[in-house]
Design a protein around this ligand. Structure first.
Ligand SMILES: O=C(CO)[C@H](O)[C@H](O)COP(=O)(O)O
Length: 227
């Protein structure tokens, strides 16, 4: 029986096999944040001479890549990238995701928006039928925290401040439990419209393009159903 860390390592290894043939000396990769991505970064480092470098979604991933000799670029210098590789807290069968358990949701959404495609790497515990069991992270401007919390409660959620946590952008996070998100793109748009919300951890308006999901039987590739 593989442990969750071993499953994450297998997903990271599968992501290396997936992106490696596509790397050229001019490729800049988008790299996300989290324990699965940490394993991806470690596996990517030995191949650093095959591509130009990376744009990262967090100070944490930037520091890890820099320590391993992977050049890290400012997003302002990079107009496009072929792939953004990141983990997720939940993924549904339509490849909508909840992200932000590690607090990097805003930069993740920004970097992902610049990439042509999103490659999501998860272990099988992250696959769900309906998103929302994992509390949805919502990054808020601190002075609007209570205003936003009331709006989230009115939408049926139970927001809880992530105590003592400040994002890389100097903001706070409300983790919203009690949601069953059956129309993820519509709900994402609704949350985006609340003044004071910087970003929500729903990735549905633009979800993943490919998911590599590590299971006890091997890594499965999920792709978006053509709509
Ligand atoms: O969204 C994220 C960080 O903001 C991560 O991708 C998500 O929390 C999954 O993390 P892990 O790979 O550690 O399970």
């Amino acid at each position: 029986m593989l442990t969750q860390t071993e499953l994450k390592r297998n997903a990271a290894a599968a992501a290396i096999e997936f992106v490696l043939p596509q790397l050229t000396p001019s490729t800049v990769l988008g790299v996300g944040t989290g324990s699965t991505v940490d394993l991806f970064i470690d596996a990517l480092a030995p191949h650093k001479h095959r591509f130009r470098g990376a744009v990262s979604s967090s100070e944490r991933s930037s520091a890890r890549m820099a320590a391993l000799g992977i050049p890290v670029f400012d997003l302002n210098e990079i107009p496009s990238m072929p792939w953004y590789v990141d983990g997720a807290d939940e993924v549904d069968h339509e490849l909508n995701m909840i992200k932000g358990g590690g607090g990097a949701l805003t930069r993740e959404k920004i970097v992902a928006s610049v990439a042509e495609r999103f490659l999501c790497i998860v272990d099988e515990s992250k696959l769900v039928r309906v998103l929302g069991k994992f509390p949805l992270p919502v990054e808020v401007i601190p002075m609007a925290r209570e205003v936003v919390a009331r709006r989230l409660a009115a939408l049926g959620g139970k927001p809880a401040l992530r105590e003592g946590y400040v994002t890389d952008n100097g903001c706070q996070i409300l983790d919203v439990s009690g949601l069953a998100i059956d129309a993820p793109a519509r709900f994402e748009a609704e949350l985006n419209n609340i003044p004071g919300v910087v970003c929500c951890g729903l990735f549905a308006i633009a979800g993943a393009d490919v998911v590599l999901m590590s299971t006890q039987q091997g890594v499965r590739q999920l792709t978006k159903n053509p709509s």
